[in-house]
Ligand binder design. Sequence first.
Ligand code: CR1
Length: 835
Amino acid sequence: AETKAVAAAKVDARADKNSLKLDVNVFKEKIVHHLRCTIGTSEKKASKLAWWQALVATANELIFDRLTQTQYTHATKDTRAVHYLSAEFLMGRLTVNNLVSLEVYNTAKSALQELGIDINELCEEETDMALGNGGLGRLAACFMDSLATLAYPSVGYGIHYENGLFRQEIREGRQIERPDSWREYGCPWEVCRPESVQEVPIGGFVETQTAPDGSIRKVWHPEHMIKGVPWDIPVVGFRGASVTILRLWESRPTESFNWDVFNAGGYVDAQNEKAAVETISKVLYPNDSTEAGKMLRLTQQYFFSSCSLRDILRRYNRTHFHDYGEFAKKIAIQLNDTHPVIAIPELMRLLVDEEGISWDAAWEIVTEVFSYTNHTLLPEALEKWPVYIFEKLLPRHLEIIYEINYRFLNEVVEAKWSGDDEKKRKLSIIEEGPCKMVRMANLAVIASRKINGVAEIHSKLVRENLFPEFSTLWPDRFCNVTNGVTPRRWMLACNPGLAELYNEIAGKDWPLHLDSCAALRPYADDPQIQKRFMDIKFKNKVALAAEIKKLCGVEVDPHAMFDVQIKRLHEYKRQHLNLLYILHLYRKLLADPAMRIVPQVFIFGAKAAPAYTLAKNIIYAINVIGDKINNDYRIRNQLKVVFMPNYRVSLAEKIIPAADISEQISTAGYEASGTSNMKFSMNGALTLGTMDGANIEIVAEAGVENNFIFGMSVKDVQELKAKGYNPWDFYNSNQDLRAVVDWLDSDFFTEDRQALASIKHSLLEGGDPYMVLADFASYCAAHKRAEEMYADKARWAHAAIMNSASMGKFSSDRSIEDYVHNIWKLKNYEIKDEI
Ligand code: CR1
């Protein structure tokens, strides 16, 4: 039965069509109601966690109401929808974002305040949902936010990992990985949907049956069935525009399987099998931009792709009764990188083997519905699977892949390059060699309607360097969609001071129309606005300084220039270039004790893949060098270096609003886009970066003169490589560089000399694959320009404002509109209060 408060709230929520505002008293009553009746505790006894759960339960009332309305509208209109398949969704925390999107954040805050509770403390109770590694997973999360905000019919599909990306602890400077059991005590945002459980076959063999009429039928006899249990996480659009679902699959053993084994008396065996099947969704592979060639990973990919396709077919057939004539009109499927590409042969199999459709008709459907986004050019990230693994796990899929390949090579390639075996070898889905491999990227390109890169330059390199022959074959398939980030999370929710300024200058709709932030640009030289803008920044820096003190035990001065590099640890991202510059500064300060520089705090956050030894050594180097510098009284606190442990979405939300400098220093051509670069600019940091990925587009919007661009361009890198790059040339001809590189091979910083020396080794004997030494001098010069500008407060404020006010293009709403217009061809629908 509805309590009075609930009924009152409903009326209140609907009173104003454009908002779901509740009044403070009603909100208070609801929280207390949930505390008592949903959580089963009382105001006196409740822990912070319990209060947080009651707050979530209160928000969920509004969210599920809105979800029902959204689904009702979509069902009655029989809408076309996009299905975003991604092995990763890095959602982070949901509380602040959901409250802000429902426009009840301030109400909730006041209500809790009256109950004697600080909302910030409650929000800290939430564990990040870290079901992703880095940029790719966070992009998927921003896209969900935009899809819901723009009210496009959509579903996100992924894996319900029991353990997300590992929690990082730093012990004696070294990274230690700890399991991330994000939902150990339950996650109150998710709902289990037993009515939509799926069963997925795996393993076994394929039987070829010949009918009396001579026709051939393939019958797959799988070894196991895996149960896929869906968990739904509602994603709330801004101002409740719509509520979209993120559906994550958890693997379980099927009942029938257990039953048979139990009957045979094999209790222990049954438990073992159960563990094996549950392993599938147990843990996220912690590699970013590198592939882990593990059987379990292919199983994960197949498991969630198959569950998702079955779910899509089930929903389609509710209204189309196995008539697939309309399928491609109603369904678009986006493959987020190669991880879900196994969905291509799986849909062929479902249509041909299970639904009885002809190969040609099925292929027409498949090639209409799928599109593929490429996120990296790094060869080690382009997934390939040994044929023998396919034979074992997915024998029928392998046959289907062979058939797709046979037709492609003999019809398409032969028609274009008749008799050219070299072309066939290169374009084949199967890589020949001692261990035959299935190339997932080739399969993706052959079956997709559109293939996109994630920034202009990256899309160009996808066409020219990665898939030159495919783009000759099908030029119209290739396109670009530059990445974007949601301004709701990355400005409005994480930087309330700045949000308030934009409310005043650009009007309250700027989070929906980020272009309107350009209204601040005419004030870039207005001393009052400059002061206001920089005061907001300063306040954020004070807050971050407190966090640094708490997490690292290091005292930093918020007046110092905060120079930030936060991202996965990878050689191509060149955290070690940053480190060489820090050593260079330190060395200069030691050489000239009277020297005065702009005080600087270098802030790092990064996780390294557990098996990536050099990356872990770089983390260790940052920590031990930082420790030495931070405690060296001779440099009078002019330089501090901190490594913030366990970098994740919720930490980024604290760091980014406080940054002065955004380090985006990848070797040109390697960072497909980058997305933190956009978040930093929005929040008034200046980019110190190379002409790579989206940096190019960012500085085009914000002005090169308001950022610090350095280093080789993509063309320079290509030319130097062609000429033959020799790091020793740079080492030998630059004394400063030589000194800092040699410093790494000393016992000045640590007794574990080997760990630091391994960095030097990779830069010299290792050939410096990412050309750190080649860019060092130019990087130092860019830092010098940054220091000079920082000393000129008005000039700096101008640049910071110009950056923040020029990021309209980088709202993920714009990215989604690009996908919609160029690829998905969707319509959006206003969600009315109809039921
Ligand atoms: C890229 O490295 C990009 C994100 C999102 C990453 C990064 O530059 O911003 O994707 N790629 O598009 C990746 O993780 C597996 O590849």
